[in-house]
Structures are given as structure tokens and as C-alpha cells.
Design a protein around this ligand. Structure first.
Ligand code: ADP
Ligand code: ADP
Length: 221
């Protein structure tokens, strides 16, 4: 169980007044559960993911997973964030800890094949379409078999057939590895297609103002 309690998150003063980004945000994600976080731009969704992922800290509050700081995380951001000077395969292996890279290679290749990228393992990102780059980023998010996947609008600004295909690939991998997912989007239709549960955040400062369970068919290939 992922337990998130962010009592306050302030950013440093801008023009003299402190900026409260999150306030009283409490939520939980069960093991293997897919939770979407929906809210208006600027309500603190990216901030929430950064704190859960240990990239930033709450000013007051605590995040724990089964009683400890979350470890075994996979990330996917709005931009694919690929290294242009590294091959597709090496971009996926980049997030694997040093001593484990050789043994992760087969899994990385398998994931890339599942993403229909088996023909471009040695290609450089500059040669890939936007949809292909997102598929590389998706493979990278899963390569360490994470217990928790943090996704920040990973399919934004793709055409809808491409986004649907990526969602189906995400769902297939998520089912295989049983990770908990915290998925940020401002697209309610996307949230309804993916989530077990949807949490709505208020406008800034963000907190959960509504949540409900969803039971709809998920995207499939
Ligand atoms: P969302 O992802 O929902 O659009 P963000 O988490 O990016 O929201 O931002 C929440 C609020 O905090 C916004 O008002 C934003 O301008 C502010 N903010 C985000 N990051 C920083 C930062 N590093 N420094 C100062 N203010 C920030
Ligand atoms: P989002 O699409 O999630 O709303 P933003 O454009 O708000 O993303 O933020 C992009 C990046 O800029 C984030 O890393 C965020 O922390 C940072 N950022 C956002 N708002 C501010 C701000 N007012 N001052 C400094 N950094 C900010």
C-alpha cells in the first residue's frame, strides 16, 4: 500500500509571497491498483509525483510504501526524455543500476519487442517518430520491474490512435508486472479508460476533493 500524506508543499517565494502548491493532500494506492489523478493545470499534479518519487520533498507530510520510503520506481514524463547519443536499447538500460545491466538486457529487448520496436534496438532516438519515442520511454519505465509506476501525462499531444495503442501497451505490461500506478492526466476520458480509481484535485493548492472507483473495459490491442 502506498500512503501519501502531504500536509503542505510550498515553493520558495515568488514576488514576496510563498506559493502553496499542495495542502492537505491525502491519498492511498493499493498494491497493483491503477489510480489516475485528474485536476486543472497548475493544481500540483507534477509536484505530487515529484514528491512521491523522491525527486522533491513535502514541507510537511510523509510518503510511505508498505511502511518504508518508496523504492523500485518507474517513471514516465510528458516528454520521452531520451538521450539522443544513445541507442534505443541503451536508453532503456540507462535506468538499470550498473551491476545489473547485463542481466537486464534480455528483459529490455523483450520489452522493446512487446512495444514493436524490435527492429530499431540499435537506432538513435533522432530517427524515431514521437509515438516510437514514447514506446521507448514506456519500455524504460518497466525495465526494472517497478513496484510503483509514476506517470505524468505520458501520452499527451499524441494523435488519438497512437495514444490508444500506447495505452493498450501500458495496460498489457501493467497486468504482467502487477505494479501500482499513479497516473496524472487532465483528460478525464483517458482516466476513465485506464483507472481502477480516479482522484480529482482542487485548483491550487491541490488536495483530493473527489474520488471514485471505475469499472470499465480497458484498452486492449
Ligand atoms: P500541474 O502539474 O498540476 O500543472 P505543478 O505541480 O506543475 O502543477 O505546479 C503546481 C504549482 O506550483 C503551480 O502554480 C506552479 O507554477 C508551481 N510550481 C511548480 N514547480 C515550481 C517550482 N520549481 N518553483 C516554484 N513554483 C513551482
Ligand atoms: P505541467 O505541464 O505539469 O503543468 P509545468 O509547465 O507547470 O508542467 O512545469 C514544468 C517544469 O517547470 C516542472 O519541473 C516544474 O517543477 C517547473 N515549474 C513550474 N512552474 C514553475 C515556476 N513557477 N517556477 C519555477 N519552476 C516551475
Amino acid at each position: 500500500m502506498l500512503d501519501i500524506r502531504i500536509d503542505t508543499k510550498r515553493y520558495p517565494d515568488r514576488g514576496g509571497r510563498p506559493h502553496l502548491a499542495l495542502s492537505g493532500l491525502h491519498m492511498q494506492v493499493a498494491r497493483g491498483e491503477f489510480v489516475c489523478v485528474v485536476g486543472p493545470s497548475g493544481c500540483g499534479k507534477s509536484t505530487l509525483l515529484a514528491i512521491v518519487g523522491g525527486l522533491d520533498r513535502a514541507c510537511a507530510g510523509e510518503v510511505s510504501m508498505d511502511g518504508r520510503a518508496p523504492a523500485d520506481l518507474g517513471f514516465m514524463f510528458q516528454e520521452p526524455r531520451l538521450m539522443p547519443w544513445m541507442s534505443v536499447l541503451d536508453n532503456v538500460l540507462l535506468v538499470v543500476p550498473d551491476g545489473l545491466r547485463e542481466q537486464a538486457r534480455a528483459r529490455a529487448v523483450e520489452l522493446l519487442c512487446a512495444m514493436e520496436l524490435g527492429d530499431v534496438l540499435d537506432a538513435y532516438p533522432g530517427r524515431l517518430s514521437g509515438g516510437m519515442m514514447r514506446r521507448v520511454a514506456l519500455a524504460r519505465a518497466f525495465v526494472n520491474e517497478p513496484a510503483l509506476l509514476l506517470m505524468d501525462e505520458p501520452f499527451v499531444s499524441l494523435d488519438s490512435p497512437t495514444a490508444n495503442r500506447l495505452r493498450a501497451m501500458l495496460v498489457a505490461q501493467w497486468r504482467r508486472c502487477g505494479a501500482s500506478v499513479l497516473f496524472v492526466t487532465h483528460d478525464l476520458r483517458e482516466a476513465l479508460a485506464l483507472a481502477d480509481r480516479i482522484c480529482f484535485l482542487s485548483p491550487s493548492p491541490g488536495r483530493v476533493v473527489l474520488e471514485f472507483a471505475v469499472d470499465l473495459p480497458r484498452p486492449r490491442d
